[in-house]
Write a protein that binds this ligand. Structure first.
Ligand SMILES: CC(C)(COP(=O)(O)OP(=O)(O)OC[C@H]1O[C@@H](n2cnc3c(N)ncnc32)[C@H](O)[C@@H]1OP(=O)(O)O)[C@@H](O)C(=O)NCCC(=O)NCCS
Length: 261
């Protein structure tokens, strides 16, 4: 029998493996929740819940069958729950496990009166499920990728990182990290996701070939950048490819998730 329970430290590697298997490349390569060492990141949440109030990791445990589902919830504002991430192993889909994970969360949190989540447009099974559970689209964002310019070796590129040792340490441990610093006297904030992907938090950085070249010189395995923009409009840049669109959905009536009382 499959039971829904709170995730434990012993589950984190299996959870990360399940998450990784649930998304196909190339989406998988661009998400922090699907990197090979994400379990180490989750271990800290699961092991130190007091430091992360409102955050909840639940798993669907099939006993000898292992962990077949997981969901991670946040509580961004009073009465609102946020489903950050849910996945169910391919063999266990269509049996109500994703719904059961959401229901278990609502049973724990009777103060939650509405739910929000983000779903990729290309995740048709997830979108259909959420629509049947009463979620409606509220806004969207577009995820673009672009190749990075090839760079010379790291010499004096004009880039200075705020905590390069810390960023290398985080990347070594988790397989992703954020990078802060200055480039030619302006501040920047970007991220690395796996060896190849540079996450740009500001779309303006996508047209700054000097910054991109300097980052590529410091991290020579980077091959492409990921830029997220609001709505459907594309930034005026060459060689952009649409990876997917992310849709923010909200449910104001949670009875379809909670089931018959
Ligand atoms: C999206 C995902 C989590 C859904 O998990 P799931 O456990 O299959 O979801 P459920 O079983 O609760 O619901 C799926 C469907 O099965 C139906 N179902 C539920 N219980 C059922 C049962 N006992 N018998 C038959 N069908 C059932 C549900 O009504 C639902 O149908 P609908 O989509 O037409 O509404 C899963 O497909 C997945 O992991 N996908 C890849 C990762 C992903 O895209 N995650 C979402 C990111 S936002």
């Amino acid at each position: 029998m499959t039971v829904i329970r709170l995730a434990g430290v012993q589950d984190v590697e299996e959870m990360a493996e399940l998450s990784r298997r649930s998304f196909d490349p190339p989406l998988r390569d661009h998400l922090v929740t699907t990197q090979p060492r994400t379990g180490e990141f989750w271990r800290i949440f699961v092991e130190h819940p007091g430091s992360f109030p409102g955050l909840r990791f639940l798993v669907a445990d099939a006993g000898p069958g292992g962990i077949v589902g997981l969901a991670d919830f946040r509580h961004p504002e009073p009465a609102t729950g946020f489903l950050s991430h849910v996945c169910v192993s391919a063999a266990a889909r269509g049996q109500g496990l994703a719904t059961a994970l959401m229901r278990a969360y609502l049973e724990e949190r009777p103060d939650v009166q509405r739910m929000e989540l983000d779903v990729f447009e290309g995740s048709t099974a997830a979108r259909r499920l959420y629509e049947h559970l009463g979620f409606r689209a509220r806004s969207s964002s577009s995820w673009w990728t672009m190749p990075l310019p090839t760079s010379e070796r790291d010499t004096d590129t004009g880039i200075a990182f705020a905590d390069l040792h810390g960023s290398f340490a985080r990347f070594g441990l988790f397989g992703f990290c954020e990078l802060h610093g200055t480039f030619r006297d302006r501040e920047f904030h970007v991220g690395r996701i796996g060896e190849e992907v540079l996450r740009l938090f500001s779309p303006d950085d996508a047209s700054d070939t000097g910054l991109l070249g300097a980052l590529g010189a410091v991290f020579p395995t980077l091959s492409r950048a990921l830029v997220v923009t609001p709505g459907d409009s594309a930034p005026a840049l060459e060689r952009l490819e649409l990876l997917d669109r992310s849709v923010r959905m909200a449910a104001e009536d949670l009875r379809a998730i909670a089931g018959p009382s």
